[in-house]
Design a protein around this ligand. Structure first.
Ligand code: ACO
Length: 363
């Protein structure tokens, strides 16, 4: 039986840090409030487009898989913060990686569930024989959509990219199960109510221009139920008992949501990987970035049963169970990195202030 396995993994986190202390100097908030309510301590602010972060993460994933871009026949880019409306971010990533003409590429926007949606799609295409090697890159520049006059959302999000190479295997590992869903009855609870592209604030838009709006309590309530239900279902579909789960890698949106999901799976905290303190919510990118760091820190050993669980705008949700293969080390390493920036944190955020208005303490 052909299954789809992750053979390469990579991440890209932009260098500029926005800490809770920085936010305290801008808006009426506190490190204590943000830490207690969400678990976030700092997040990254990108100076480049989402495709550039995706390309760097992808170069690392390709090197880890020992593959050249010419050996990939499909690129899926999970993102809700595109470089442009036309073409898709996947076209920019395709160009930056130097992919040849026959390589297909498309965007998949399932908000924060985008990586789980994309991984399952990639696996099914491989299992069906339609594609043989798929690069899944998740990339988000949510900072460009942040209204720093709205303290309830501005403290939660950040920028990053993660990527994996997915290939067929005949061995007893790879994707064992996966479920995705949409609950559109909650559509208005988390939205960017215009055509908010990541680069737009830096361009020509005049206010009023909507950033991310969210009913945090409703999203929280539904996220806990959806992530828990789908994870339990995916574990059962994989033919596993809850006690056979070795690691949960959840979407990193809120530490309390992660704790509730772990509780549904009866998992102790040492079987749950979190890095929300370092990056905040980077939407589709949270899970692949966490996967890379979990591997680097030895959380995943050969044959480990790993659960991915996510939820996001829509409201989408998804869960997948993957049994890891023998190799937990990259086959090769890439030197790829973002071009450096000489712009300061405040210079990077200036475009947001011009579009949404200056945060209270900077007025
Ligand atoms: N600093 C200080 N106080 C704040 C802040 C802030 N940054 N933001 C809100 N508050 C205040 C509110 O004004 C409110 O004050 P009041 O009681 O005087 O009115 C108080 O804190 C409580 O606000 P709540 O919204 O009830 O706080 P809650 O405990 O629900 O936590 C949070 C808010 C963190 C947003 C939580 O609801 C949450 O995490 N929800 C899920 C959000 C999420 O995960 N979103 C990502 C979705 S993924 C995607 O697709 C992008």
């Amino acid at each position: 039986m052909t299954r789809a396995a992750i053979t390469g993994w990579g991440k890209c986190v932009p260098p500029t840090v926005l800490s809770n202390a920085d936010l305290e100097r801008m808006i009426d908030t506190s490190d204590e409030w943000i830490t207690v309510r969400s678990g976030i301590k700092e997040r990254r602010i990108s100076h480049v487009e989402p495709s550039e972060m995706a390309a760097v993460a992808s170069e690392h994933a390709l090197a880890a898989a020992g593959r050249d871009i010419g050996e990939i026949d499909l690129i899926i880019v999970a993102s809700c913060t595109s470089d442009s409306v036309i073409p898709a971010t996947a076209a920019h990533v395709h160009r930056l990686l130097g992919a040849p003409v026959p390589t297909a590429a498309f965007d998949l926007n399932a908000n924060c569930s985008g990586f789980v949606y994309s991984l399952i799609n990639a696996a099914k295409m491989i299992e069906s024989g339609m594609h043989s090697r798929v690069l899944v890159a998740a990339t988000e520049r949510l900072s460009a959509l942040l209204d720093f006059t709205d303290r309830s959302t501005a403290v939660l999000f950040g920028d990053a990219a993660g990527a994996v190479v997915v290939e067929p295997t005949e061995e007893d590992h790879g994707l064992l199960s996966g479920f995705v869903q949409m609950d559109s009855s909650a559509l208005g609870y988390l939205e960017v109510p215009n055509d908010g592209l990541s680069g737009m604030p830096a361009r020509s838009l005049e206010p009023p221009h909507g950033g991310i709006t969210m009913n945090g309590r409703e999203v929280f309530r539904r996220a806990v139920v959806a992530m828990g239900d789908l994870s339990v279902r995916a574990v059962a579909e994989a033919g596993l008992g809850l006690e056979e789960v070795d690691l949960l890698i959840p979407h990193q949106a809120n530490m309390r949501i992660i704790d509730a999901t772990a509780k549904r799976l009866k998992l102790p905290s040492e079987k749950v990987y979190t890095n929300i303190h370092a990056y905040g919510n980077t939407s589709a990118a949270t899970i692949p970035v966490a996967l890379v760091e979990a591997l680097e820190q030895g959380y995943i050993s050969a044959g480990a049963n790993v659960v991915f669980a996510a939820f996001g705008g829509g409201l989408t949700a998804g869960a997948a169970v993957l049994r890891w293969g023998e190799r937990t080390e990259p086959l090769g390493r890439s030197e790829a990195s973002l071009a450096p920036t000489d712009r300061s944190l405040m210079e990077l955020l200036e475009a947001n202030f011009r579009v949404y208005g200056y945060p209270e303490k900077l007025r």
